[in-house]
Design a protein around this ligand. Structure first.
Ligand SMILES: *[C@@H]1O[C@H](CO)[C@@H](O)[C@H](O)[C@H]1NC(C)=O
Ligand SMILES: *[C@@H]1O[C@H](CO)[C@@H](O)[C@H](O)[C@H]1NC(C)=O
Ligand SMILES: *[C@@H]1O[C@H](CO)[C@@H](O)[C@H](O)[C@H]1NC(C)=O
Ligand SMILES: *[C@@H]1O[C@H](CO)[C@@H](O)[C@H](O)[C@H]1NC(C)=O
Ligand SMILES: *[C@@H]1O[C@H](CO)[C@@H](O)[C@H](O)[C@H]1NC(C)=O
Ligand SMILES: *[C@@H]1O[C@H](CO)[C@@H](O)[C@H](O)[C@H]1NC(C)=O
Ligand SMILES: *[C@@H]1O[C@H](CO)[C@@H](O)[C@H](O)[C@H]1NC(C)=O
Ligand SMILES: *[C@@H]1O[C@H](CO)[C@@H](O)[C@H](O)[C@H]1NC(C)=O
Ligand SMILES: *[C@@H]1O[C@H](CO)[C@@H](O)[C@H](O)[C@H]1NC(C)=O
Ligand SMILES: *[C@@H]1O[C@H](CO)[C@@H](O)[C@H](O)[C@H]1NC(C)=O
Ligand SMILES: *[C@@H]1O[C@H](CO)[C@@H](O)[C@H](O)[C@H]1NC(C)=O
Ligand SMILES: *[C@@H]1O[C@H](CO)[C@@H](O)[C@H](O)[C@H]1NC(C)=O
Length: 758
């Protein structure tokens, strides 16, 4: 051992060098591996995919599942999306991951809280904690220590704290997404310190308070999406400092006051949505100044006016929705030429007045090359229509209902192939059934109700309008018989011919009315229009789950005519029917003996006819019935019993028949011909009218509300999730927000993303 062989010395120093250089790099590996294995041991139901996470394998950490490393072997990413963990983060030692840049915890069945230790992930660039609905607690303040964070996504978990002030410490943050969280408190003023933020998306997260002035400091901001919170107060004027703003969506809050005119300054501004807030005053007239605006959605908001030049220079505009504001204006004053070249115009539920025709009788201003949707319903417009209406080459949806239009609907031998929804209800139109409709081969929904149309219903309707699902002609002066061919509508689901002067028997071969003869039918209007689709029907009462009602709806209403002879027995084959109203006619004979086949019927009204005989025993099979009226007929005998019929306790639904007995009337044993005495008839009538007013018509509809889908989410899957959510949230309202298909939401999201990236 006197001396060391030179070669040995060389080897020794090599080893030393190796140790010196390799050790600092590789020393973290066992630490991370150990931390992961310890955490895994604490999980109740770790996924099989964590099989490779084992200390026996610790030298190959980088080949473990869900883990990614850089070329030097440092663990940079941990992506656990869709991995069942079924445990907490309590035993996750965050300080063992000094190089971690990406952490994804998505759909893991995690519960418990997010520990403060998360602030020890000092290299983190992207953090996503999402779709773990059992996670609770607050966003830890230590999150402000993540000095390199560029993208933060926190959604779908039961947060019960505030958005902490420390969020402002994340000065490198570029994208912030928070959605479907239950935050308390307001947006912290420190948010203005996020000078690099490009995407601010805090949606459906119960935030309160006003939007802080400091928001104007985020000069890089492109997208501000604060939808469906409880934000209140004014929109701060500093918003006009955001010269990079592309999308501003504030829909579904309680914001009020006026909007500063300078909002339009951003030359990138593409989309604004103020829908469902309490803004007031004039809509900002310089909104288009930037020169890029395409979408304006400000329905259900409260603006009282639009300056008549507002849209004069908006050459890029495609979609304008002012539904349900308080705008009082002459339509020809402020609808500049450009406005008519959009694709969508929606001004329903305002107080627009004036006429759509020029003094020469032409359509104003007569260039509708791109117009695909025109909704002017519920205004006070008047005058006639021009035949150009049938010529708009892109028109698919037109609703002029509830105005004071009059005259004869002009004839044209052409009809845009695109048109599928045409509602002219509740105006003063007259003349015969419009012949121009003969060429509208793709109509799905036609409503001519509440006008003064007269003459007979033409027999060509089913032949020429083969796609029709909804046909409403009620409350007109149509007379003559119901043409046999009306039963050839293969897709028809709702037929309303009520309150006309129709006579004769109802044709009786329903085999071709296939839209109503199966139990699993869905009223899907038309995927092409991402817009509110409303159809007006008379339906029993209002406490109903609208989502279901929308999904499956079929019904026939022939009430208030002079139809006679027997009720066609074929009606009992329409197994999809949810309502049937034949009241106020001259039907005679017996109730069809198979009526009980209509197991989905919830509302059945045969009152005020001359029906006689006994109620057929199959009646007990109406197991969905909840609104029934058989009063004022010539029925006698025992009322059939069933669990469902026993829930109908109001005796007036059977009143004014000569000899009915049994629940809810008197027992048949005690009854005699005189039980239904004349003295009670007055009372019965009164009760009947109370019933009628409860069952007064109301609208069900659904909103194909594209706005929410464009912005509220990043993935289409979540968009769909939110749609379902809305159905629950809005269950009691008359309208539902939603979309027809997930694919649409996906497409829209992609479009927005493309646009944002651009
Ligand atoms: C989580 O684990 C518990 C038992 O520890 C079990 O009862 C529960 O069903 C598991 N949940 C899931 C989603 O796997
Ligand atoms: C070690 O990891 C490899 C690759 O992930 C895997 O195939 C192997 O089964 C693991 N070995 C042990 C003992 O877990
Ligand atoms: C969550 O992950 C499971 C697999 O662990 C998967 O089946 C499920 O579809 C995922 N759910 C969502 C909403 O992504
Ligand atoms: C990790 O974070 C916790 C809580 O923020 C802190 O108390 C602890 O000192 C940190 N540990 C390390 C090693 O940084
Ligand atoms: C982090 O944010 C808090 C609250 O806004 C603030 O008091 C603190 O000074 C910030 N820390 C740093 C290092 O900026
Ligand atoms: C941030 O905004 C506030 C209020 O608008 C302003 O007083 C402050 O100077 C701004 N800060 C910076 C750094 O621009
Ligand atoms: C914003 O637009 C207004 C006119 O609407 C103009 O007077 C103002 O100078 C613009 N502001 C900026 C910061 O460009
Ligand atoms: C529209 O553009 C013209 C020409 O540039 C301009 O004179 C006019 O003031 C603009 N109108 C509005 C409302 O901005
Ligand atoms: C209508 O507008 C389109 C697009 O701006 C244009 O190409 C067309 O020539 C116009 N037609 C008429 C009749 O003005
Ligand atoms: C027309 O107005 C009536 C009464 O205000 C309303 O009940 C109905 O829903 C309106 N119809 C349409 C299609 O908007
Ligand atoms: C409806 O039209 C008929 C003739 O077809 C006419 O007698 C009646 O006065 C009109 N009613 C209204 C309210 O215009
Ligand atoms: C049903 O449709 C077929 C084919 O269009 C037709 O031949 C038949 O006459 C129709 N039936 C009735 C009762 O109209």
């Amino acid at each position: 051992m006197k001396h060391i062989h030179p070669m040995g010395l060389f080897l020794l120093s090599c080893t030393c060098l190796l140790l010196c250089f390799v050790a600092p790099i590789s020393s973290d590996i066992p630490r991370e591996a150990e931390a992961l294995v310890n955490w895994k041991a604490s999980l109740a139901g770790a996924d099989d995919s964590l099989g490779s996470w084992s200390l026996a394998n610790s030298t190959s950490l980088c080949s473990w599942t869900h883990i990614s490393c850089d070329p030097e072997g440092n663990m940079r990413g941990l992506d656990l999306r869709d991995t069942i963990l079924n445990g907490t983060l309590d035993r996750f030692d965050f300080s063992s991951f000094p190089h971690l840049e990406n952490l994804v915890l998505f759909n893991n069945s995690l519960y418990g809280i997010i520990p403060a230790g998360i602030g020890n992930l000092t290299s983190l660039v992207e953090l996503m904690i999402s779709n773990n609905p059992s996670l609770r607690g607050a966003i830890p303040r230590s999150i402000g220590q993540l000095k390199h964070l560029s993208r933060l996504e926190l959604s779908v978990w039961a947060i019960d704290g505030t958005l902490p002030d420390e969020i402002g410490n994340l000065t490198t943050l570029e994208e912030l997404y928070i959605s479907s969280a239950t935050l308390t408190g307001s947006i912290p003023r420190t948010i203005g310190m996020l000078m690099k933020l490009r995407m601010l998306s805090v949606q459906q997260s119960t935030l309160t308070g006003s939007i802080p002035l400091e928001i104007g400091n985020m000069t890089e901001l492109k997208n501000m999406l604060l939808t469906h919170n409880y934000l209140e107060g004014q929109l701060p004027g500093t918003i006009s400092n955001l010269m990079s703003l592309v999308v501003l969506d504030l829909s579904g809050n309680q914001l009020q006051g006026q909007i500063v005119p300078e909002l339009g300054n951003s030359s990138l501004l593409d989309t604004v949505s103020f829908t469902r807030n309490y803004f007031s005053g004039l809509f900002p007239s310089s909104i288009c100044i930037g020169g890029a605006l395409r979408f304006v959605d400000t329905s259900h908001t409260g603006f009282t006016g639009i300056h008549h030049q507002t849209f004069q220079n908006c050459t890029t505009l495609e979609h304008v929705d002012f539904t349900a504001n308080n705008i009082v204006a002459d339509i020809r004053d402020f609808f500049g030429e450009h406005l008519w070249q959009l694709s969508t115009i929606a001004f329903s539920q305002n107080q627009l007045y004036g006429t759509l025709l020029t003094d020469g009788g032409e359509l104003f201003p007569c260039n509708y090359t791109y117009l695909s949707l025109l909704d002017l319903s519920n205004n006070v417009l008047q005058g006639g229509l021009s035949k150009c209406f049938w010529d708009m080459p892109s028109l698919g949806f037109m609703d002029l209902s509830n105005n004071s239009f009059d005259g004869v609907v002009p004839f044209s031998s052409r009809c845009a192939e695109t048109i599928s929804y045409l509602h002219l209800a509740n105006n003063h139109f007259k003349g015969t059934f419009p012949l121009g409709l003969k060429e509208c081969k793709n109509l799905v929904s036609l409503d001519l109700g509440g006008n003064n149309f007269s003459g007979s219903i033409p027999s060509w309707v089913s032949n020429n309008l083969p796609e029709l699902k909804f046909l409403r002609l009620s409350s007109n002066n149509f007379d003559g018989i119901i043409p046999r061919n009306i039963l050839n509508f293969r897709h028809l689901q709702i037929l309303d011919l009520s309150r006309n002067k129709l006579t004769g028997p109802v044709p009786d071969d329903f085999t071709n009315l296939t839209g109503m003869n199966q139990k699993d039918i869905y009223f899907i209007y038309n995927d092409r229009y991402i817009y509110q689709v409303q159809i007006q029907i008379i339906w029993k009462n209002m406490d109903y789950v609208y989502g279901v009602l929308i999904a499956t709806m079929a019904g026939i209403d022939l009430s208030g005519n002079s139809l006679s002879q027997e009720i066609p027995i074929g009606l009992a084959t329409l197994l999809g029917l949810r309502y049937l109203n034949l009241s106020g006619n001259h039907f005679s004979g017996r109730i069809p003996k198979d009526i009980g086949n209509l197991v989905l019927v919830e509302s059945l009204d045969l009152s005020e006819n001359q029906l006689s005989g006994e109620i057929p025993p199959s009646f007990a099979g109406l197991k969905s019935i909840s609104a029934l009226n058989l009063s004022s007929n010539g029925l006698w005998g025992m009322i059939p019993t069933s669990n469902q019929l026993q829930t109908l306790v109001d005796p007036s639904i059977y009143s004014n028949n000569p000899g009915l007995c049994g629940f809810p009337l008197e027992d048949c044993a005690n009854s005699s011909a005189s039980t239904q005495s004349k003295t009670s008839q007055a009372e019965d009538r009164e009760a009947f009218w109370v019933y009628c007013s409860v069952a007064a018509g109301f609208i069900f509809g659904f909103w194909l509300y594209w706005g929410a889908f464009m912005f509220c989410s990043q993935t289409w899957r979540r968009a769909f999730y939110e749609y379902v959510d809305h159905i629950h949230m809005q269950g009691k309202a008359t309208k539902i927000y939603g979309c027809i298909s997930c694919f649409q939401a996906k497409a829209l999201n992609e479009e927005v993303r493309r646009l944002v990236l651009k």
